[in-house]
Write a protein that binds this ligand. Structure first.
Ligand code: SF4
Length: 320
C-alpha cells in the first residue's frame, strides 16, 4: 500500500458531513442516496453524518407530514436528524418564524424586495445550532464561531451537503468566497446533485426507484416567489392560509400607506409620483392577483394545478 497516498486522502477527509435538509425533493433524494448508495456515502459522508432541518413555521402540511416520515426513516437507519424549531433558541429576534416576522414588523415578503428570509429562517439557525453541536459533541470551544475553526483544524472542514439540483447551478457558491473568516476556514460546500447530473425530474425518479413517495417541493406557504399557478393552488386548496396571507399584506399596506405617492425626481429634473408601498406581488395586491389567476386558470382541472404545484419549487433564487 502507498502510505503517502493513504495519509493524504485521510488528511483531506472530514469528520463531519451535514445534510442541510429542506424536506423537499432535492434534499430527500440526497438522504436516500446516502442510505442506499454506498459509493455516494463514501464520497460525501464517509464519517459522522448529521441531517438538519430548520423550520420556517410556514411549511405546507404535506411537508410537515413528510418530515415525520423522514424522521422515522432516519431513526430506522441510525441517522441523527435534528428539527430546529423556534423554542430551541436558534431562531433569533423577530425571525422566530415567517409569520412572526410579518406580525412583529407589519411587514410582508415581496417579489420586489431583497430576500433575507431563507438566510434568517434556515441558514442562520443551522449554523447557530452547529456551533452548539460541535462544542457538545466534539468538545471544541464555544462562542464567536471559534469552535468551527478549531474543529476544522483538528478534524477537517465541515462538509455541508446542499440540495441544489443540476440546472440550478447559478445558486451554488463557494465557502471560500464568504466574507466571514470562520466560514471560509471551516466549511466546504458540496452539491452532489450537480456532480451527479440529477435535476429535479431525476430526483423524483430516484425517490420512486428506491420505493418512497415523492414529497412536494418545500416552500413556505407565504413565499412571494410563487408562480401564478401556485397562487391558484392556494386559492383552491388552502383558502384559510390565503386569507391569512391577504390579512398580513393588508396590514403592511395600511401601515405604510404614506409611501403610496412618493415624489421622485428623474435625472432630467422631472418630478413624478411613485407608489413605493408594495405588496407580495409588487404594485398589484394579493386579492387582485387572486382574481387574475382564478380567471387565467379556470380551465385547469384540480389535478393539473396539483401536478404543477408538486413539480415546481421556488426557493430557487437563494444561493447557498
Ligand atoms: S420558501 Fe420563500 S419565503 Fe420561505 S424562506 Fe424560502 S424564499 Fe423565503
Amino acid at each position: 500500500m502507498n502510505l503517502d497516498m493513504f495519509s493524504c486522502e485521510e488528511e483531506h477527509d472530514t469528520r463531519l458531513s451535514v445534510l442541510s435538509f429542506g424536506a423537499g425533493q432535492d434534499s430527500t433524494a440526497l438522504l436516500y442516496k446516502y442510505v442506499y448508495d454506498p459509493d455516494f456515502k463514501m464520497r460525501y459522508a464517509p464519517n459522522d453524518f448529521l441531517v438538519v432541518f430548520a423550520d420556517t413555521g410556514n411549511e405546507f402540511q404535506q411537508t410537515y407530514s413528510h418530515l415525520e416520515y423522514v424522521k422515522g426513516f432516519c431513526q430506522m437507519h441510525d441517522i441523527e436528524f435534528v428539527h430546529l424549531t423556534p423554542d430551541m433558541g436558534y431562531h433569533t429576534g423577530d425571525w422566530q418564524s415567517l409569520k412572526h416576522f410579518f406580525a412583529a414588523k407589519d411587514a410582508i415578503s415581496s417579489k420586489a424586495f431583497p430576500k433575507i428570509c431563507s438566510q434568517r429562517l434556515k441558514i442562520d439557525p443551522i449554523y447557530r445550532f452547529l456551533e452548539d453541536f460541535l462544542a457538545k459533541r466534539y468538545g471544541v470551544k464555544k462562542g464567536n464561531k471559534k469552535g468551527f475553526r478549531q474543529f476544522a483544524k483538528e478534524l477537517g472542514k465541515i462538509r455541508m451537503i446542499i440540495g441544489i439540483a443540476a440546472n440550478e447551478e447559478k445558486r451554488m457558491s463557494k465557502a471560500e468566497d464568504r466574507k466571514e473568516r470562520w466560514y471560509r476556514e471551516s466549511i466546504t460546500h458540496e452539491y452532489p446533485l450537480v456532480d451527479l447530473g440529477m435535476d429535479r425530474a431525476k430526483c423524483q425518479s430516484y425517490i420512486k426507484s428506491v420505493g418512497h413517495a415523492v414529497p412536494i417541493p418545500s416552500n413556505c406557504m407565504f413565499c412571494p416567489f410563487l408562480a401564478k399557478e401556485e397562487l391558484e393552488y392556494l386559492r383552491r386548496f388552502c383558502p384559510e392560509a390565503l386569507s391569512e396571507w391577504i390579512y398580513f399584506e393588508r396590514r403592511k399596506l395600511d401601515k405604510w400607506s404614506h409611501l403610496e405617492a412618493v415624489p421622485v425626481v428623474s435625472a432630467s429634473g422631472k418630478t413624478t409620483t411613485v407608489n413605493k408601498n408594495l405588496g407580495v406581488w409588487g404594485k398589484r395586491t394579493l386579492p387582485e392577483m387572486v382574481a387574475i389567476v382564478q380567471e387565467e386558470f379556470a380551465s385547469w382541472s384540480d389535478e393539473r394545478i396539483k401536478d404543477y404545484r408538486n413539480s415546481h419549487g421556488h426557493c430557487v433564487s437563494t444561493a447557498y
